[in-house]
Design a protein around this ligand. Structure first.
Ligand code: WT7
Length: 655
């Protein structure tokens, strides 16, 4: 990991108090209440989590132990208990008036829309669960989802949870190659997909990528493919392997009891990029994840019964898992799912959805906000968004200008901005303002949620001083923490728990981010300290993109770095050396960009390819990314370059 330096410490003096009306009725309505809650958890964390788990979740069998941390980093939460996430998201809301309450509002890209009450969603999930059973899917079998943003994605996730088949959702924007890697790594038994989805006013096929991933016996464990009809494109179906969703699911019984799952039974695997190797399958388990998304959703959105919540993420990412599907439904809230995205023909697409469905809680990414700023306030000003109560952001640091614009133009100075820091690995939000309590500062995620022992530390695990840069770490387990890397416990230990050890000899959770804390204890997350690049809030490993590049026959060596980008947060720059005798030109650059798109997905395509005769390396052969980062950003290469093996490389790269 690289050294954390803070050359340009952001000086932000503005502070915004929570609106009085909001604080008045809030679940946590003042800083005193927040501090009291923090003190209560700190006094006895196990007692607090145990009490919350008993109160907030339904249990078939009660647990006997809150936390077993005797074998770090392998935590076991709520041992002895059995529960079911789909039961908590559906069945327990069917007894009273919530049964007829809208659970899911779905808005399609072409303007079609569907609504499901809790009762209806429950029936659909049971039918899908019975269909999976009919295919021979049993408790413990891994099921992959490769889907557009259609209600069946949510239904399929809940159906898997209902029968205890962990899901592995693969973002629909990933390529066939990337899908194949994930299917193989997981040992997936069935894939749920769709003929296609609508993107930017066009029908885009999806099923062919599944066919390609499975071609030539590429994924021998996959026995079934279930295909949702969405776009009605002509779709090849393989006899004996592929089934249409409507043919198999619609005729099933709407009664399917939820399987009692042990607290630590695996709930899902979700792949994310790290600094080394292929993406890791992050494993989350049943009860702890359920409790964490349930509690955090209540806290950060100060949830009320009549709220309409809309998170604009894709269900292919953790944000979609936790705050489109599981957090809202576990709480009996109404959640909105949108297939489309703002586009030239519909720049106000988001605001239209807010107006149409009277959204009260809105959760999106800084990169989207920056794009809206560019097209001007005339677009949002055209819509009635007076129902909005709380505005959230997630995925990357938000610059104060974007924060202020969000507050003024979208929130009309009425809505608190909650900048939420978390990760695929953390399951749910970790650091965030509480809208009724925490005074906010533009660009700061403010304070850890109650029970989260976050800290900013040096490499020895010592807390650093006020405004000093350090590594963002967590000192104590929390219920939503990832439990393992699928199939690779050693990698789990190495990636997250071996970087920093506390003075007491206990490992700290290393998040991979740099941060500083100001005099009020507020966290300012500064971005990754490893070789992870964040493009529009999507996490990509430099090494993954490098491997994709060197798999092209023309490429000898590649080094990939991020460079600051006004819109996307970071853009991707690839330094490439070619095989002897070849020379780089624009056409080859375009071909390499396409190649990365095919290997990983369009989001990983480099913005720029720079051909060079050699790459800057240390004497031991390590590529000096720090130098490449400076070059990519057009900055002077500063700091020590004495370890550089061949100084002429640097001069050649400068031109
Ligand atoms: C990484 C995690 C968690 C859902 C979306 C991303 C960055 C996330 C913030 C924030 C600054 C943030 C970090 C983190 N990040 N939220 N509020 N401020 N940075 O999940 O793909 O697992 O990525 O996103 O760098 O480590 P992810």
């Amino acid at each position: 990991m690289s050294q954390v330096t803070i050359e340009s410490v952001l000086q932000e003096e503005r502070v915004f108090e929570p609106p009085a009306e909001l604080a008045a009725g809030a679940r946590i309505g003042s800083m005193a209440a927040y501090r009291e809650l923090v003190a209560r958890v700190e006094a006895d964390p196990d007692a607090f989590w145990g009490e919350q788990a008993r109160e907030q979740l339904h249990w078939f069998e009660p647990f006997h132990t809150v936390l077993d941390w005797s074998n770090p980093p392998f935590a076991r939460w709520f041992e002895g208990g059995t529960t079911n996430l789909a039961y908590n998201c559906l069945d327990r809301h069917l007894d009273g008036p919530r049964a007829e309450k809208t659970a899911l509002i779905w808005e399609g890209e072409p303007g079609d829309s569907r609504r499901f009450s809790y009762r209806e969603l429950h029936a659909e999930v049971c039918k899908a669960a019975n269909a999976l059973k009919a295919l021979g899917i049993r408790k413990g079998d891994l099921v992959a989802l490769y889907m557009p943003m259609v209600p069946e994605a949510t239904i399929a996730m809940l159906a898997c949870a209902r029968i205890g088949a962990p899901h592995s959702v693969v973002f629909g924007g990933f390529s066939a190659e990337a899908l194949r890697d994930r299917l193989i790594d997981g040992g997936v038994k069935a894939v749920i997909t769709a003929d296609g989805g609508f993107r930017k006013d066009k029908a885009v096929a999806l099923k062919p990528a599944v066919d390609q991933a499975l071609a030539d016996g590429g994924c021998p464990t996959v026995e079934h493919v279930l295909v949702v009809r969405r776009t009605e494109q002509p779709t090849a179906m393989e006899e004996g392997r592929d089934r249409w969703w409507h043919e198999l699911v619609d005729g099933q019984s709407a009664d399917c009891p939820a399987e009692p799952m042990a607290s630590e039974d695996r709930l899902f695997v979700l792949y994310t990029s790290g600094s080394t190797g292929k993406p890791k399958g992050v494993v989350h388990t049943t009860a702890g994840y359920n409790l964490w998304v349930h509690l955090t959703f209540q806290w950060i959105f100060d949830l009320r019964e009549d709220d309409i919540h809309w998170c604009t993420a894709d269900v292919g990412w953790i944000t979609g898992h936790s705050y489109i599907v599981y957090g809202p439904l576990s709480n009996g809230a109404t959640t909105v799912m949108y297939e489309g995205a703002p586009r030239p023909s519909k720049p106000g697409a988001f605001w239209e959805v807010i107006e149409k469905h009277k959204v009260t809680l809105f959760y999106t990414a800084p990169t989207a906000i920056r794009a809206f700023m560019k097209s001007g306030r005339e677009v949002p000003d055209h819509y009635d968004m007076s129902t909005l109560r709380i505005l959230g952001t997630v995925g990357e640091p938000i610059n104060p200008e974007a924060w202020m614009w969000y507050r003024e133009v979208i929130g009309h100075d009425r809505c608190p901005i909650i900048d939420t820091w978390w990760q695929t690995e953390t399951g749910g939000v970790m650091i965030s303002p509480l809208p009724g309590a925490t005074p906010t500062k533009p660009g700061s995620a403010t304070l850890p949620l109650p029970g989260i022992a976050a800290d900013v530390v040096d490499s020895e695990g010592r807390s650093v001083g006020v405004d000093e840069g350090g590594y963002l770490a967590v000192r104590r387990p929390w219920p939503g923490m990832m439990r393992n890397v699928h199939g690779d416990p050693e990698r789990f230990r190495k990636s997250y728990w071996e970087h920093i050890t506390g003075a007491d000899g206990r490992p700290l959770y290393f998040a991979g981010d740099g941060a500083r804390r100001d005099a009020d204890g507020y966290y300012w997350v500064m971005g990754r300290v490893d070789d992870v690049i964040s493009v529009s809030g999507h996490r990509l490993g430099s090494m993954e993109i490098e491997s994709a590049l060197v798999s092209h026959p023309a490429v000898a060596e590649a080094a990939v770095v991020g460079r600051p980008d006004d819109l996307k947060g970071e853009g991707i720059v690839a330094f490439v050396t070619l095989q002897v005798g070849l020379s780089g030109d624009e056409a080859l650059g375009a071909e390499l960009r396409r190649h990365v798109g095919t290997e990983i997905g369009p989001i990983a395509r480099p913005d720029e390819i720079r051909f060079s005769g050699a790459l800057p390396k240390t004497r031991s052969g390590k590529i000096m990314r720090r130098i490449l980062r400076a070059l990519a950003a057009g900055e002077e290469v500063s700091g020590d370059t004495s370890t550089l093996e061949d100084r002429s490389v640097l001069d050649a790269l400068r031109v």
